[in-house]
Write a protein that binds this ligand. Structure first.
Ligand code: CAA
Length: 445
């Protein structure tokens, strides 16, 4: 089977920043540590008035194409994953292609374009589509461009307001990839759930506490399904486990869940037994409540063991560094987590080629998916080429008044015009509406 995977990746953050402990917490009358320690977030990225899902997606894709020396003819497929689309018919990928055609002499008329929807998991599903398209031999030597782009805004005052974010991830899926090879080892946990949805409305209806439980339940199912294909998993098997990261505190829970699952009936569980006992088994309990109480007690104890903490520091925590500074990017979030992990590898001079990642994606509604990837020889050059740190540093730090204004600007029900906070440079910008209600874009040198 041909090696197919992510050849290159680029991240584009919204140009504005909201400081959560410094600006958001005081206005909400909350302890700043609720954000930094509880949710695990320092800041959120926001789009300036001239930015949206198209500009961010096109900017990420443009940077990726330039860096890899690609022309439109090299791309046979453009899929955009988003839960922030503004049109129920015309896909965002057509707008992105239109933007890119402004800067390339050529066009994308022979590329298949589409849009994927299943909440935050749609980016990963688009990767799968691209993988299948290439493996089926339908790509004619060309690559696929997968773009995950969102403005993850919540209604003002919603509990999710602290977890907002905006940005795009562009990924090039090719044969003989430089970054990671995708595998056919994959498992799903999927059920009809009502945890987070947008029934033809811009801001989500969310049952926050329930959404956390649904995420964990589906993720456990996905891991079990993954094991039915790939065999039993072990904590030492994966260099990193990037999860969908709505906020790092969520991943703290997911990390504990997979670790407990992976150590069951292993020498790690045996070694820990002296310190904290063995994991409770459902069959040993007469009722569910007693079992779950025992499980909670075991997990509390497990969390404090050196064995768990060392594993978490090495395998999970490095996936969260970027998320702490940008918030939730919905479809892009798990792909930001992958980059964050590999960036950690680069900064710590780790020898990762040949190592495995277990990628845990999640979309509300709800579906989780776990799949394995193998890090490729070219990973260091790919990660070194990113400029995400510079982008983060260059963001304009909003005051509370700025934040209120920019939230209104991006609220589809409001008609607000404000001066931009930042000056666009070498990027696509929103340029007003056309006669049929379409959005227009132009490239600013
Ligand atoms: N110091 C330290 N920690 C503190 C603290 C303080 N002063 N104050 C609170 N905390 C901790 C809490 O103990 C809690 O941690 P645990 O869950 O580990 O106990 C954490 O901070 C959050 O506090 P609350 O639960 O009180 O926060 P909240 O009720 O205001 O909101 C939320 C939490 C419901 C998840 C909310 O952020 C939300 O609705 N978010 C949107 C939905 C979401 O992201 N769900 C995640 C799963 S669904 C998904 O993943 C899809 C998606 O992208 C949306």
């Amino acid at each position: 089977m041909t090696a197919v995977g992510i050849d290159a990746i680029e991240i584009w953050t919204g140009n504005l920043k909201l400081d959560l402990p410094g600006t958001f917490a005081p206005e909400k009358g909350e302890d700043p540590e609720k954000y930094t320690k509880g949710l695990g977030l320092n800041a959120s990225s926001f789009p300036d008035s001239y930015e949206d899902i198209v500009t961010m997606g096109a900017n990420a894709a443009h940077r990726l194409m330039e860096r890899k020396g690609l022309e439109p003819d090299d791309i046979g497929r453009i899929d955009v994953a988003t839960e922030s689309a503004f049109d129920n018919s015309k896909p965002v990928s057509t707008y992105v292609a239109g933007c890119l055609e402004q800067v390339y002499g050529d066009d994308f008329h022979h590329a298949n374009k589409g849009e994927r929807k299943f909440a935050c998991i749609a980016g990963t599903q688009s990767l799968d589509d691209a993988f299948n398209w290439i493996q089926a031999g339908r790509n004619r030597g060309r690559s696929a461009l997968v773009i995950a782009t969102d403005t993850a805004l919540y209604a003002r005052g919603d509990a999710g307001e602290a977890t907002q974010g905006a940005g795009a991830v562009a990924m090039l899926i090719s044969e003989d990839p430089d970054l990671v090879e995708l595998s056919t080892e994959q498992g799903y946990g999927s059920a009809d759930e009502t945890d987070f949805l947008k029934p033809n409305q811009q801001f989500p209806s969310v049952d926050g506490k329930r959404s956390v439980q649904v995420y964990l339940a589906r993720m456990r199912e996905a891991l079990e399904d993954f094991e039915s294909v790939a065999g039993e998993t072990h904590p030492d098997q994966f260099a990193y486990i990037p999860f969908h990261t709505p906020f790092p505190g969520m991943v703290r829970k997911a990390g504990m869940l997979v670790y407990r699952h992976m150590i069951r009936d292993t020498s790690i569980e045996d070694e820990l037994a002296e310190e904290i006992g063995r994991q409770p088994r459902a069959e040993a309990f007469d009722d569910d409540e007693a079992f779950h109480d025992a499980l909670r007690e075991y997990m509390d104890a497990l969390k404090d063991t050196e064995t768990y903490q060392e594993w978490y520091e090495a395998t999970i925590d490095p996936t969260l560094t970027l998320s702490r500074e940008v918030g939730n990017w919905y479809t892009g979030s798990v792909h930001v987590a992958r980059v964050s992990a590999l960036k950690h590898g680069l900064e710590n001079d780790l020898d990762l080629a040949g190592s495995k990642l277990l990628v845990g994606s999640y979309g509300s509604g709800a579906q989780a998916e776990g799949h394995a990837e193998t890090i490729q020889d070219g990973w260091k050059d790919e990660i070194e080429a990113l400029n995400i740190d510079e982008q983060l540093d260059a963001r304009y730090d909003m005051s509370w008044d700025d934040y209120e204004e920019i939230h209104d600007v991006h609220n589809h029900d409001m008609d607000v015009d404000v001066e931009e906070f930042t000056a666009p440079e070498s990027e696509f910008v929103f340029d007003g509406w056309g006669r049929m209600g379409e959005r227009k874009y132009r490239y600013v040198e």
